[in-house]
Design a protein around this ligand. Structure first.
Ligand code: ZN
Length: 444
């Protein structure tokens, strides 16, 4: 397959004009000027895209909960803990495994239509129906975090083991992550136990890629206090990262979502250990939690990816919108428009996102890399004229400008059509099921 564009954006600083990408067996085998790539390819290649398109690496949503599309718009404008404990968790207790998969199917569809090729998601798990089965069925790439909680330590640890055995490394697209939910829902002993298990299974199943630890970190400024109250342990120097580091869980394969309330010591430890942060500007604003100081994290040398968080706290999975928010959010408070420039944000959404998920061969358009690509239609009023493609991708593009989404060299979405999802059926089922659950949760 040849993927063609007026611009082929290889990475945050290289653009090939009138370029093309040659894809074979799910890998990028050549990238360069269109004529050259066509010559190299020889005959018999399908061409996706044309001279009005832009080709870029697939967008990585480095923190979300795709099954939660079912809860989109169900409870808004509430304080985080009240939102979780009084609204989200009671609803989730009524959900069946088939709902995990159904919500995830809709989440995949929404993601693909906005140029997302890879998600790091986290949810409850069932062997037969889960986010992993939805990803497997649809051809999308994803790292599926298996949520681990103190209130069901045996059950959730068992889920993790089962998920690794069944799904880790499947089709080269699916990976499992260990996901202790947050410092305040997982006791110190369970952090240690889950980490021992993660390392053991990474050793055994590492051929399928790293098994990262994906969790929530410093979303709430009261985390040190909650840990103290709930588990009766001290958080040294008021540093939630130092506390977790003492449990042996801060390392290169640690991905913490949010990273809002971090002090100097927290940042210093994260940087020293090579840990990663997923920045979720839209959800953070919606829940009024503050937001990550991304310029400071990046300056400290921490890899920062971008995420939407779940569709119950965003309320979409729109990573194009997220790029714009990520670029804007730090400028006013710092009174400096130079922070988080477009190229940096583009890099966070692609290359850094892939790095957050432990991929070495993803996130840029380069020979030998996995062919996760997005084709954008540039023939639009709001994308005219073009001086700087990075500026357009971050500040002017809308997710509806995505023309095609390709994962592992396979077209999953093109010109409004899905190739692996019966979207009308999925939306019908979601409408019906969400109303049933809504009645049930209100009645109970
Ligand atoms: Zn989250």
């Amino acid at each position: 397959m040849i993927v063609r564009g007026r611009w082929v954006v290889k990475n945050y600083r290289e653009v090939v004009e009138d370029g093309a990408v040659l894809v074979e067996d799910g890998r990028i085998v050549a990238v360069g000027p269109y004529e050259e790539v066509v010559r190299e390819a020889g005959r018999g290649h399908d061409v996706v895209g044309d001279r009005n398109k832009l080709v870029m690496p697939g967008i990585v949503n480095s923190h979300t909960h795709i099954s939660m599309t079912l809860l989109r718009g169900y409870a808004d404008d509430l304080l985080l803990q009240e939102w979780l404990e009084k609204h989200i968790w009671p609803y989730e207790r009524l959900m069946k495994p088939s709902d995990y998969e159904l919500g995830a199917l809709l989440g995949v569809a929404e993601s693909l239509a906005s140029g997302v090729t890879n998600v790091c998601t986290m949810y409850h798990y069932h062997p037969e129906r889960s986010e992993a089965t939805a990803l497997l069925k649809t051809g999308m790439r994803g790292t599926v975090g298996i949520a681990i909680f103190s209130w069901d330590r045996e059950g959730t640890l068992k889920n993790f083991v089962d998920a690794v055995r069944r799904f880790h490394g499947r089709e080269g697209r699916i990976r499992i992550a260990s996901s202790p939910h947050a410092p305040y829902t997982v006791d110190p002993e369970l952090w240690r136990e889950s980490e021992t298990l993660r390392r053991e299974y990474e050793e055994r199943y590492g051929d399928g890629g790293p098994i990262i630890l994906a969790t929530h970190l410093a979303e709430d400024w009261r985390e040190p206090e909650m840990v103290r109250e709930r588990f009766g342990v001290e958080v040294p120097d008021g540093s939630i990262v130092k506390y977790l580091d003492g449990l042996g869980v801060i390392h290169e394969e640690f991905l913490g979502a949010h990273g809002i309330h971090l002090n100097d010591l927290d940042i210093e430890i994260l940087a020293r250990r090579g840990a990663k942060i997923a920045h979720n500007p839209v959800a953070n604003m919606k829940l009024g939690m503050g937001y990550a100081d991304t310029p400071r994290l990046l300056e400290a040398g921490i890899t920062v990816g971008l995420g939407t968080d779940g569709p119950a706290s965003n309320n979409t999975l729109d990573m194009v919108e997220t790029m714009k928010f990520a670029a804007l959010i730090n400028k006013p408070l710092k009174r400096d428009p130079r922070v988080t420039p477009a190229r940096t944000v583009f890099r966070m959404a692609t290359e850094y996102g892939a790095k957050c998920l432990g991929y070495e061969d993803l996130g840029v358009i380069e020979e030998g890399y996995r062919a996760d690509l997005v084709v954008v239609d540039m023939d639009r009023p709001h994308l005219t004229p073009v001086y700087d493609v990075y500026s357009h991708i971050v500040y002017a593009m809308r997710s509806s400008d995505v023309y095609a989404t390709i994962v592992d060299g396979r077209i999953l979405y093109e010109d409004g059509e899905y190739t692996t999802i019966d979207i009308d059926d999925v939306m019908d089922r979601v409408r019906k099921r969400s109303m049933e659950l809504y009645e049930e949760v209100r009645g109970g």
